[in-house]
Design a protein. Structure first.
Ligand SMILES: [Zn+2]
Length: 315
């Protein structure tokens, strides 16, 4: 009996997380023959969702696994790794970092430790140490200190800095990596899995919630959306919200939101309205009830206002 108990304890220990546990359910959903994604919870990062509000994906080939993004903490990434292990024992070969926002890459060390090589776009070099990047870490530590702390590696150096579009093949599956930044961020990468027709689009598309615009250039972002449409994907895994089997339809929401905010803020700048005045008098009712409106929208509008001011000075 004692031996049995010891055995059970040992096997529990062998799979126990070396990171502080999470109570959110991290599950994997298959979207095509080789492609899976981890659907995050809706809304912005909070104590309730334990920072689990972004998606990540993985593709299983005969020669190994390719991962796209690594969730918002090592604890969440560790859960993701367990879900991959339930599907395949193949080695984790590669991680593609879609972009360096906290909710998408703070789990990266888990996959590095699992032996994966990390690929990212070189534009991210300028992210490290930037004011935004530092503030974000502080904010995450304050909010999610239990999971994001001194042991969280903020910026493990990638094994390969990509300088542009890159295609590769693994286990007979063709991967097309496209640099579509600067859009949502300077370093935005998307990954298209040819055989599956699946596009991992990162934060270029926010399905079912107000996007986080940050300091993105929405004019360039609108161009990047055209690149995504050109893939003619059958399925699209966005950075937030459920996977879509109507990608073209879903691209529209992000596009229309960006266009609307640009139009409204552009008009305000033209009419020399202050931001406060413009914000208060604009009709936002069609976005008001969407998740993340309260957390993201006002700042999106403000950043767009500043952008439209700069654009008007260039005219
Ligand atoms: Zn982002």
């Amino acid at each position: 009996m004692r031996t049995l108990l010891a055995l059970i304890l040992f096997s529990v220990q062998a799979t126990a997380s070396p990171y502080p546990p999470v109570s959110v359910q991290v599950r994997a959903e298959q979207v095509a023959e080789h492609s899976y994604y981890i659907p995050g919870l809706p809304g912005a990062a909070s104590l309730q969702n334990e920072g689990f509000m972004s998606n990540a994906g993985f593709v299983v080939t005969q020669e190994g696994v390719v991962v796209f993004d690594t969730l918002g903490s090592p604890s969440l990434a560790w859960e993701m790794l367990q879900r991959i292990r339930e599907v395949t024992k193949a080695p984790i070969k590669r991680v593609i970092v879609g972009h360096y926002h906290a909710d998408h890459y703070y789990g990266i060390q888990v996959f590095k430790e699992a032996g994966a090589e990390i690929w990212a776009h070189q534009a991210a070099k300028f992210v490290v140490g930037s004011e935004d990047w530092r503030l974000r870490l502080e904010q995450r530590r304050d909010l999610l200190g239990r999971w994001i702390n001194d042991k969280t590696q903020r910026f493990p150096t990638p094994d390969l800095w990509l300088s542009g579009d890159t295609d590769f093949e693994l286990g007979g599956i063709h991967f097309r990596i496209r640099h579509v930044g600067p859009a949502h961020s300077p370093e935005d990468l998307v990954m298209f899995v040819e055989q599956d027709g699946v596009l991992f689009a990162g934060d270029l598309i926010f399905k079912g919630r107000v996007p986080f615009v940050g300091d993105a250039d929405s004019r360039l972002w609108l161009n990047a959306l055209d690149t995504l449409i050109a893939f003619q994907p059958k399925f699209l895994v966005p950075g937030h919200g459920g996977a879509s089997d109507d990608p073209i339809g879903d691209l529209t929401l992000t596009r229309d939101y960006l266009k609307y905010v640009r139009e409204q803020m552009g008009r305000a700048v033209e009419n020399l309205l202050s931001f406060e005045e413009a914000y208060a008098t604009t009709d936002w009712s069609m976005y008001e009830n969407m998740p993340a409106f309260r957390e993201a929208h006002r700042r999106n509008a403000f950043n767009t206002y500043l952008l439209m001011e700069r654009e008007s000075l260039r005219k």
